[in-house]
Design a protein around this ligand. Structure first.
Ligand code: 3HC
Ligand code: NAI
Length: 700
């Protein structure tokens, strides 16, 4: 038997135990091991069989690293069929997370028991897949089609107790799981319980309201952002209702195969592994010591500071929020309370949860109150002199060993560190707005940042449920530096003849959550306007700001003033095109002597995406990002880049770097030397037939 699976008999109950750390994924040797054990159990004197797992979790799914490679026998359906057809009761004993193929394995058992802290779910949709081993056929047979739709299209795991209420779990076990499961198996045997095969349950199609699937498909597609899996899940559920189970399973397998081979799923699997890889810092040993973080402080309780304080409170870490005076503090605290209130209204938190979290946030206006903090995050106005002043003050106030972090978007972290006598303790923590919602945290390593400060900050990021990506110091770090070209091209496209709607809807169809022009309206056009006024713009190309400046000067600040590039419906906030804006764009184009023309969707996408790729390549060759996959993580988690496209660098690999490079050269020729200067790395990879993925591998 494979070493990943052991089989023994205890008190006449066969125990199949899976041991495939870290998450007991269903690798080939696990499948083979389970199949062997089932073969033994079929013939031996055991009266029932318990399937359990060692380590931190029940089987957390198929082995994702095997997807895209030639299939290896035995396949999961074969294993599950052997389990389901076993001649004695087989019981899954669940702890941790039974996910995907892991939960499907449990569903092929005759009974399922779990400890209360366990969770079960079918998260395949998050990898661009559908449950390919019976999940779409078995869940609706127990829990009903509607519940199956919610569970499978959301991919979110369900606590064991709720799964118990839904009928997906038969028994909640108190105390030791394996002992409890053996006891449960014994009771089933003694009471002569039948072999309950979910396949034998019939779905009564009369219970499905007319039009259900049509509506389900609409709902699934509405949130799909270019993903096909949600649509295929609905097809599988339809098959569960309309076809006998074996035909339904066949249909599910067929659609699973289609998805496994799709670029969307490859992109989403890439992001799954990229997210985890980004947490690993090259050259930083795993055993690097970390500093203890028991108390945090935030300087500045504005848009970002308030959100960051919530992240700490949500993770159970006490945090002091320091503002300039009582009035500003009150304002900041009110906004935090209001944000929590919205979450309560949505049913995601209770009043008691909020009370507990608010209890962890203390306001302050005196630096003496933050002297004991283990980490201080500065989130005041984006002004280097002010930030330096604050860091000098933190240096004088904070205890030795405290981590001093800045949330700056653009400023030089090394210059900020130099304002202290302890630059080794200074680091950048660049959160994204809204900080309590957006998953990305760019961790900016200064020239002198100590290894343990970096390791602690990365660990803390995970603790406050962020996806961390490391950046070196440069203007705008990874994400905002890349964004400059994206925004610039969107604006130039307007001058060249696109309407705001055309740019936005094309990029939204591509999968961006919101197009760049509408995004400007959401953020407020006055933000950039004020920033431009406060710096020397001499020598800047005026074209990318021309329209925006005109809009601000005519009182159109974006959504907050009811109009910007679009007019907004005051009730629904729906955006509507405005001929007035189109006239302004035409006037500005004329001023710059730009001839307006028809522009294809293909050009809009290339013009906006390739600056991301080109700048991303520069960022890699300068060593600002560790890996191309880290750049993808930044864009997917910080800028709502469509996960089904895998991030800009993965997307470029799909387009072929030779094609991307040629387009960059073409744009350089047509639209200017400076904006489209190709990255050396892009040229090298294009000329050598390389890819960013292969480059990442080569770099180790
Ligand atoms: N296959 C291969 N490797 C996996 C894996 C899987 N299903 N799940 C996790 N891993 C790896 C991770 O890449 C990571 O590797 P690393 O240490 O080298 O970085 C390691 O296991 C630990 O994972 P996490 O860091 O994510 O550990 P956590 O404890 O934070 O989370 C988890 C555990 C909740 C199980 C999380 O890993 C997870 O969500 N895994 C994916 C679950 C999933 O999507 N299952 C469905 C797979 S598709 C499927 O089953 C198809 C079927 O229907 C036929
Ligand atoms: P904000 O203007 O909303 O808040 C700044 C807060 O700092 C104000 O409440 C102000 O009273 C307070 N403050 C000013 N001087 C202070 C001092 N000396 N001591 C204590 N508090 C002081 O600004 P926002 O948007 O929260 O930005 C803060 C920082 O975060 C900036 O560096 C910005 O670049 C960065 N950032 C902003 C993002 C955004 O989308 N708003 C995204 C990521 C980073």
């Amino acid at each position: 038997m494979s070493q990943a699976v052991s089989y023994s008999i205890r008190d006449k109950i066969g125990v199949i135990s899976v041991k495939n750390p870290p998450v007991n994924a269903l690798s080939q040797r696990v499948r083979e091991g389970i199949l062997d054990a089932i073969g033994k159990a079929r013939k031996d004197k055991s009266e029932a069989v318990v399937l359990c797992c060692e380590g931190r979790t029940f089987i957390a799914g198929a082995d994702i690293t095997e997807f895209g490679k030639p299939p290896m026998e035995p396949g999961l359906p074969e294993v599950l069929s052997a389990m389901e057809n076993l001649n004695k009761p087989i019981i899954a004993a669940i702890h941790g997370t039974a996910l995907g193929g892991g939960f499907e394995t449990a569903l092929a058992c005759h009974y399922r028991c779990a400890i209360a802290s366990a969770k079960v779910g079918l998260p395949e949709v998050k990898l661009g897949l559908l449950p390919g081993a019976g999940g779409t056929q078995r869940v609706p047979r127990i829990a009903g089609v509607r519940a199956a739709f919610d569970m499978i299209t959301s991919g979110n795991p369900i606590p064991a107790k709720i799964a118990h209420d839904m009928g997906l779990i038969n028994e909640i076990i108190e105390g030791d799981l394996v002992e409890g499961a053996i006891g449960y198996a014994r009771d089933l045997v003694d009471s002569g319980a039948p072999l309950k095969r979910i396949r034998d349950i019939n779905i009564d199609s009369a219970t499905i309201e007319p039009g259900f699937f049509e509506q389900a498909r609409k709902r699934a597609n509405a949130r799909a952002r270019g993903q096909i899996a949600p649509d295929r899940i609905v097809s599988c559920l339809e098959a569960a209702v309309e076809l006998p189970i074996d035909k339904g399973l066949e249909r599910e397998r067929e659609l699973f195969r289609e998805l496994v081979n799709s670029t969307e799923s490859a992109a989403m699997r890439h992001i799954f592994f990229a997210e985890r890889l980004a947490a690993k810092i090259k050259g930083l040993p795993r055993e690097t010591p970390v500093r203890e973080i028991k108390q945090a402080a935030i300087i500045g309780g504005g848009t970002m500071g308030g959100g960051i304080a919530m992240c700490f409170a949500n993770a159970g870490i006490p945090v002091v929020l320091l503002e300039i005076n009582e009035e500003a503090l009150d304002r900041g605290m009110k906004i935090i309370r209001k944000n929590y209130g919205i979450t309560v209204k949505r049913g995601k938190l209770t009043d008691a949860d909020v009370k507990k979290r608010m209890g962890l946030i203390t306001g302050a206006t005196d630096y003496a109150d933050i002297a004991g903090a283990d980490i201080v995050i500065e989130a005041v106005f984006e002004n280097l002199d002010l930030k330096k002043e604050i860091f000098a003050r933190l240096d004088a106030t904070c205890k030795p060993g405290a981590i001093l972090a800045t949330n700056t978007s653009y400023q030089d972290v090394d210059a900020i560190a130099a304002a202290t006598s302890r630059p080794q303790d200074v680091i950048g923590t660049h959160f994204f707005s809204p900080a309590n919602v957006m998953r990305l945290l760019e961790v900016v390593r200064g020239e002198k940042t100590a290894d343990d400060v970096l390791a602690t900050t990365m660990g803390l990021g995970k603790r406050i449920r962020k996806v961390c990506a490391l950046s070196g110091v440069c203007y705008g770090f990874i994400g905002n530096r890349m964004l400059t070209g994206y925004g610039r091209e969107a604006q130039l496209l307007l001058l060249e003849g696109c309407t705001p709607q055309q740019v936005d809807s094309t990029l939204e169809k591509f999968g961006m959550a919101m197009g760049p022009v509408a995004m400007g309206d959401l953020a407020g056009l006055d933000v950039g306007y004020k920033a431009r006024q406060s710096r020397n713009t001499e020598g800047d190309d005026p074209r990318p700001y021309a329209v925006s400046t005109r809009l601000v000067e005519s009182g159109r600040l974006g959504q907050k003033s009811g109009a910007g590039y679009y007019k907004y419906d005051s009730d629904t906030r729906a955006r509507n095109s405005d001929p007035e804006v189109e006239a302004i764009i035409r006037e500005e184009a004329e001023k710059f002597g730009i001839e307006q023309r028809e522009i294809s969707e293909e050009e809009i996408i290339a013009r906006c995406m390739y600056p991301l790729v080109n700048e991303g390549a520069k960022i890699l060759e300068e060593g600002i990002a560790q890996r191309a996959s880290d750049v993808d993580v930044v864009y997917v988690f910080g800028y709502a880049f469509p996960v089904a496209k895998g991030g800009p660098m993965f997307y470029a690999d799909q387009m072929g770097l030779k094609n991307v490079y040629e387009k960059v050269l073409e744009f350089q020729d047509k639209h200017g030397e400076k904006n489209w200067q190709p990255a050396n790395l892009l040229r090298e990879l294009a000329e050598s037939g390389g890819s960013f993925a292969a480059w990442d591998k080569q770099q180790g």
